[in-house]
Unconditional design. Structure first.
Lengths: 348, 355
C-alpha cells in the first residue's frame, strides 16, 4: 500500500512537472499530402474566383503572415521574424494588409485585449517591410481607403493614416449597457452607423452598437461578428453544432434584429465531417465567398491545428473546400477577390 | 535497530511531506491570476508614467501633436481607471471552458481533449480517512457523443481498500481489492450554447458489498459497492469564461434501498461551484461542494451518522494541463463536517479522445 501511495504521488508530481515544463507555443508542423479529390476541389475554386487570401500561420515559427491564391496555390510568406503577426485584413483595394503584431516574441491570442502587448502594422500584399501605423492597439480593420479602426481594451478608435489623427469612437466605460467591457474585433457596418462587437471581460456577449442612437443590441453569445457587405446582416461564431462550433447569421434592421430568432433560423454554416470546429469567418468584399479556419481537435486559436477553408456563399455546406494541409496553426484568413479577368497587385 | 525504525518512520512520513509540498504549490497556482493582474497593472502604470514624463518635458509632445488617444484628459481618465487597465486578457474565443464529470468527485475545468469518437478519462485517487483507513481507486470513464445534444458515458472503478479491523478482539489489517459499482450516465445539453447540462446517472451494484476479511464483514465505507441500484440527477451550468466562476451545479443523489446486510446510504443534495483561470495550457482551479443528507446513513441496520455529519463541505484545488491529445489533472480535496476534517483525497487524472 505504501509503495502504491508513493507511486501515485510521484507520478502526479512528475507528470504535472513535465507538463508545466512544456511550452504552450504551437509547433511549426509539417506539410501533409493533398489527395486527388482535394486537388480537384481546389482547382474548381480556382476556376471560379481570382484574388488573394492572407492568413496567419505558425509554420515558420511564431506566427507570420502568408498569402495564397483562392485555390490554395502559390503560398508566399510575407512577414518574417520572431514576433506574432496575426489578424490580417486587406485594404479596400487589396494592395495593403493591416495586421496586429506582438511587441516582443510569443504572445498568446488570449492576451489580444492587453493592447500594450501589440502594435498595428501594414505591409504590402506582396511582402516588403511592414510599417507601424498604431501603437498599443490590436483588432485593426479598414474603414476607408486610408482610414483604419482598432481596439485599445475598452475603447475603439479610428485613425486617418494620411494625417495620423486618431479619433475615439466608443468607450465602453462611458456606456452603461456595455459596462466597461473589453471591445474585441470591432467591425463597422458598411454605412458606418453600426459597430459590431464581441464583448469580453466585464460582459461576454456579441452585439451591435448604434453609433447614432448610442444603444446596444445584444444579438447573441459566441464571438467574431462579421458584416455582410450589404450591411443588413451579420454572422458570427456560436459554440454549438457539429464539432462544437458553427456560424450563425441574422438580418438586422438598422443596428438591431427585428425580432428574436430561433436556433434553426440562426444556423448559417456548419460543415459536415470531423473537422468542423469553425472559427475566424471572413466574407469577401463582394459577399460571394467566405473563408474561415477549422480544427478537428482542440480549440486554442493560436495552437490547435486549424486549416483554412473557402466556401461559395449559398452553396451546400458540404462543398466547402479545404485549402491548407499543414499541421501547424493556420488562423484568421481574409480574402480579397477580383472581378474575373482583373489583375492583382500581388501577382498571381 | 532503533536507527532502522527511525528511517522507516521517516519513510512513512514521506507521502505526507510530499503532499504538504503539493498543497502550497497548488495554492500558489491559484494565486497566479492575481499575480498576472498585478503585473499587467504595473506595466500599464509604467507605460502611463513614461508618456506623462514625455509630455512634461519642454517641447516634448505637445497635446495638440499627440494622437487623440494620448491627450492629457485621456491620461487623467486612465489614471482614475487604473483598475480596468489591468486586463486579465480574458480572450480566446467562445466555448473555451467545458467541464466534464469525472468519477471520484474531481472535475475537469479546462478544455480537456475533444475531437475523437471515444472520450477516455482515467482518475487515480487516494482517499485517506483520519482514523487510518484508506482507499485507492482507479476509475476509467468512457464517453461518447450521440449527435450534438446527447452523450453517453460509463464509469468503471477499480478499488483497493485498506482498513484495520477488529477481528475477534485483535486489531488486524484488512485489504480488499476489486471492481466497484459500474455507473452509466446519459447527458442532455441544453441551451443555444450548450451551457446547461442535465445528467442522469444510474449505478449498478457490481462491486462487493458484503466482503469478509479477517473473519468479519468489512464496514460499509471499505466495501467495493453498495449492493443496490442507485441514481443521481445533476444539473450543471458552465459559464463560457476564461477566468472566474466557471461552473455551478447541483446533484440530487439517491443511494438506493437498504442492502442485504443492512447498509443504507441516505439520499443527498449537493451544490457545487468551481472557479478557474485558463492560462494557456495550464488551468489552476478551486471548487467547493456542499452536501446535505435528508436522513442518516445506516450500517448493519444501525444509524451511523450524527446530525453534524449529515452536512459536509468539500473544498477542492486542482491544476490541469492540456494539449490537443492529452490532458492531465492533479487535484486535492478534503471532506469537512462541522469543524472537523474527515478525510482528504489526492487525485491524478488523465484524459484523451480516441479515434
Amino acid at each position: 500500500m505504501d509503495v502504491l501511495r508513493k507511486l501515485l504521488l510521484l507520478a502526479g508530481c512528475l507528470t504535472l512537472g513535465a507538463c508545466a515544463a512544456l511550452s504552450g507555443r504551437p509547433g511549426t508542423g509539417t506539410q501533409a499530402a493533398i489527395d486527388d479529390e482535394a486537388q480537384a476541389a481546389r482547382a474548381r475554386i480556382g476556376r471560379k474566383v481570382k484574388g488573394l487570401i492572407v492568413w496567419s500561420s505558425s509554420r515558420a515559427g511564431n506566427h507570420n503572415l502568408f498569402t495564397m491564391n483562392p485555390d490554395g496555390s502559390h503560398i508566399k510568406m510575407i512577414t518574417r521574424g520572431e514576433t506574432v503577426d496575426w489578424f490580417p485584413r486587406f485594404s479596400p483595394d487589396g494592395r495593403e494588409i493591416l495586421f496586429c503584431r506582438s511587441k516582443q516574441g510569443w504572445v498568446y491570442e488570449r492576451d489580444a485585449n492587453m493592447n500594450f502587448k501589440w502594435d498595428l502594422f501594414t505591409v504590402s500584399s506582396d511582402g516588403g517591410e511592414p510599417r507601424k501605423v498604431a501603437g498599443d492597439a490590436c483588432w485593426g480593420t479598414w474603414t476607408g481607403p486610408r482610414q483604419i479602426m482598432f481596439s485599445r481594451n475598452t475603447k475603439v478608435f479610428t485613425k486617418d493614416l494620411g494625417s495620423g489623427q486618431e479619433k475615439l469612437l466608443l468607450d465602453s466605460t462611458r456606456v452603461e449597457s456595455l459596462g466597461g467591457a473589453e471591445l474585441q474585433q470591432p467591425q463597422l457596418s458598411p454605412d458606418g452607423k453600426c459597430l459590431a462587437l464581441t464583448l469580453r471581460g466585464a460582459r461576454r456577449q456579441t452585439g451591435v452598437y448604434d453609433l447614432q442612437a448610442h444603444s446596444w443590441a445584444h444579438t447573441g453569445e459566441g464571438c467574431q461578428v462579421n458584416w455582410f457587405p450589404s450591411g443588413g446582416r451579420i454572422l458570427w461564431v456560436n459554440p454549438s453544432g457539429n464539432g462544437g462550433s458553427e456560424l450563425f447569421s441574422i438580418p438586422l434592421k438598422g443596428c438591431r434584429p427585428e425580432r428574436e430568432y430561433s436556433y434553426e433560423e440562426m444556423r448559417y454554416l456548419d460543415i459536415p465531417g470531423r473537422r468542423s470546429h469553425e472559427y475566424f469567418p471572413k466574407l469577401s468584399p463582394d459577399g460571394k465567398w467566405l473563408v474561415w479556419a477549422a480544427t478537428r481537435r482542440g480549440h486554442d486559436h493560436d495552437i490547435a491545428d486549424y486549416e483554412i477553408y473557402i466556401w461559395e456563399v449559398g452553396r451546400p455546406a458540404a462543398e466547402a473546400t479545404r485549402l491548407t494541409f499543414h499541421s501547424g496553426n493556420d488562423r484568421w484568413p481574409d480574402i480579397f477577390t477580383l472581378a474575373t479577368g482583373g489583375e492583382h497587385a500581388a501577382g498571381q | 535497530m532503533q536507527r532502522g525504525n527511525r528511517a522507516t518512520s521517516r519513510l512513512s512520513r514521506l507521502p505526507w511531506l510530499l503532499c504538504l509540498a503539493v498543497l502550497p504549490a497548488l495554492g500558489l497556482a491559484a494565486l497566479v491570476p492575481l499575480a498576472d493582474r498585478l503585473l499587467a497593472r504595473n506595466q500599464a502604470r509604467a507605460l502611463l508614467e513614461q508618456v506623462r514624463q514625455e509630455l512634461a518635458e519642454p517641447g516634448g509632445g505637445s497635446p495638440a501633436g499627440l494622437p487623440a488617444g494620448c491627450r492629457p484628459g485621456w491620461l487623467l481618465h486612465l489614471h482614475h481607471r487604473g483598475e480596468e487597465l489591468a486586463s486579465w486578457g480574458d480572450i480566446g474565443g467562445c466555448g473555451v471552458s467545458r467541464a466534464t464529470a469525472t468519477a471520484g468527485g474531481f472535475k475537469w475545468i479546462g478544455r480537456g481533449v475533444t475531437g475523437g469518437l471515444l472520450d477516455v478519462q482515467c482518475l487515480a485517487t487516494r482517499n485517506a480517512y483520519l482514523d487510518g483507513a484508506e482507499s485507492l481507486s482507479l476509475s476509467t470513464r468512457l464517453g461518447t457523443n450521440l449527435g450534438y445534444k446527447w452523450s453517453l458515458a460509463a464509469t468503471v472503478p477499480f478499488l483497493y481498500n485498506h482498513e484495520k479491523v477488529d477481528s475477534f478482539g485483535v486489531e488486524k489489517e484488512a485489504y480488499l481489492p476489486g471492481f466497484g459499482d459500474l455507473s452509466l450516465e446519459v447527458t442532455r445539453k441544453l441551451g443555444i450554447t450548450n451551457a446547461h447540462t442535465l445528467t442522469l446517472a444510474v449505478t449498478a451494484p457490481t462491486g462487493a458489498h458484503d466482503a469478509v476479511r479477517r473473519g468479519v464483514i468489512l464496514p460499509q465505507r471499505q466495501q467495493l459497492g453498495s449492493g443496490v441500484m442507485g441514481a443521481s440527477l445533476t444539473y450543471e451550468y458552465t459559464r463560457d469564461f476564461d477566468w472566474g466562476l466557471m461552473i455551478y451545479g447541483g446533484t440530487l443523489g439517491w443511494g438506493g434501498w437498504e442492502n442485504s446486510v443492512g447498509d443504507f446510504r441516505a439520499p443527498s443534495l449537493s451544490g457545487y461551484l468551481y472557479a478557474g483561470y485558463l492560462l494557456g495550457p495550464l488551468v489552476p482551479s478551486a471548487g467547493l461542494t456542499v452536501t446535505g443528507r435528508f436522513m442518516s446513513d445506516r450500517e448493519r441496520h444501525v444509524t451511523t451518522m450524527n446530525a453534524r455529519e449529515m452536512f459536509s463541505i468539500v473544498p477542492t484545488l486542482g491544476l490541469e494541463w492540456s494539449s490537443d491529445y492529452l490532458a492531465v489533472m492533479l487535484s486535492l480535496s478534503t471532506t469537512l463536517s462541522f469543524q472537523r476534517m474527515d478525510s482528504w483525497t489526492i487525485g491524478l487524472g488523465l484524459q484523451t479522445s480516441l479515434f
